[in-house]
Unconditional design. Sequence first.
Length: 107
Amino acid sequence: MSDLENHFGDDASLTEADNKNILDFLVQNSAEKSTQEASVYMLDSIGDNNIIAMTQTTFWKHQHENIPKTLFKHDKIKSKANCKACHSDVEKGLIEDDKIKNIRSFM
């Protein structure tokens, strides 16, 4: 949130008020404060590493290791960062196993 003008190659600058509101939300709902099992595993897999993308964590890589790499290039997915393509409850901050789409629907 402190360098949004250089956000993965885009300028995602916000007003000071919007930045504060979003940052407050992110801190209140961070993995450090979550009791969700995936959050605990994700934090453990980050350790002391300077990782800014979930897809770079050992936990994410392990959870997705059996998914063909080509699937992430599918027109309806486009990248590893598009969690919503397969995890229909991710916008609620959840990734429940029974809400994951069958990857065969993308083949």
